[in-house]
Design a binder for this molecule. Structure first.
Ligand code: HEC
Length: 294
């Protein structure tokens, strides 16, 4: 202060000095206003500061410090460690650097740091695929032409159960729209005839009741490629025949008077394509021929 008072007596020139970081030599010293260019490319990337000292004509000193950061080098992306993480053991770390100021050719793909796919992305992906598979399987219905083939036969079994639902109920519309006697209709008819006329003895699983009613699953007449015996038994009934070495006390009733040719053909085909049976199917005409032959 005392010194300042003394200098006060002398004529002073206003002056501005600019220092970079901790330098003792000023970057420049000039009368205000000062206009200059700071070349950051000479500076190392990182934190720096400009210190400005200014003196007025009375010799009073003002100081101002401006911190700043230089970044001329490439950007740096780091995966695997973050600021102030607490680390243990071996840590896989991935580092990518891209886009320095000095580079004239900019390659965007280099900015894509190949970080591993996060777990939640996998979980989401698997969930979506699983739902898609579930949805596809749920809604899959065999085309009507193939609905009664051995591959899809068991699926066709579902049809009679849903037949009572309104025709607007999705897959139901397909068999409902079929002309009578078409393959899909046959499967539905066959299952319903079986359920109303045969199931009490031969059972829903086609296994019959041991020693009382014969199984139709694997039954020689049912699996025979020549369907004549099968048709005749259903038309005319059967009594006293040993099937696979077993004698059945009760008779198999005749159905010719109760069931139409189409119903008999359908129930025969139902038996020929269920419970593991894969025998050739018959038509209503085949039944009519044997009915007339009697
Ligand atoms: C009242 C019980 C009963 C009902 C209902 C019945 N069956 Fe039978 N079925 C039998 C008996 C018992 C036999 C064995 C007769 C024998 O071996 O003499 C038999 C045998 C059969 C056989 C085997 C014939 C053979 O040569 O091996 C077929 C196929 C068959 N039934 C189809 C049907 C069909 C189709 C219906 C429904 C339309 C039906 N059954 C309804 C009691 C029944």
């Amino acid at each position: 202060m005392v010194e300042g008072k003394q200098e006060n007596a002398l004529p002073h020139e206003a002056r501005t000095l600019v220092y970079l970081d901790d330098a003792t030599e000023p970057l420049l010293s000039h009368r205000p206003p000062v206009r200059f260019e700071l070349d950051t490319s000479r500076l190392e990337d990182g934190d720096h500061r400009l210190r400005v000292e200014a003196y007025d004509s009375t010799g009073q000193k003002g100081v101002r410090t401006i911190p700043f950061t230089v970044r001329n080098g490439p950007g740096i992306a780091v995966d695997g460690v973050r600021d102030n993480d607490v680390l243990e053991g071996k840590i896989p770390i991935l580092i990518n650097a891209y886009g320095g100021t000095g580079e004239t050719h900019w390659e965007p793909s280099r900015a894509e740091t190949p970080a591993p796919i996060p777990t939640w992305a996998w979980v989401l992906f698997i969930a979506i695929v699983a739902f898609g598979a579930f949805y596809g399987v749920r809604l899959w219905r065999p085309p009507p032409d193939f609905a009664t083939t051995p591959t899809y036969g068991p699926l066709a079994l579902e049809l009679p159960q849903s037949a009572g639902l309104p025709a607007t109920a999705g897959h139901n519309a397909v068999p409902a729209a079929l002309p009578a006697g078409a393959a899909g209709g046959d499967a539905a008819l066959g299952a319903s005839v079986y359920d109303s006329h045969c199931v009490s003895c031969h059972q829903a699983n086609g296994q019959g009741l041991a020693g009382v009613f014969p199984p139709l699953a694997g039954n020689p007449a049912v699996t025979d490629t020549d369907p004549a015996t099968h048709i005749e038994v259903v038309l005319n009934g059967l009594q006293g025949k040993a099937i696979a070495g077993v004698h059945y006390a009760s008779p198999m009733p005749p159905w010719a008077d109760q069931l139409s040719d189409a119903q008999i053909a359908a129930v025969i085909n139902h038996e020929r394509s269920n419970w593991g049976n894969h025998a050739p199917t018959v038509t209503a005409q085949d039944v009519a021929r044997l009915r007339a032959a009697k």
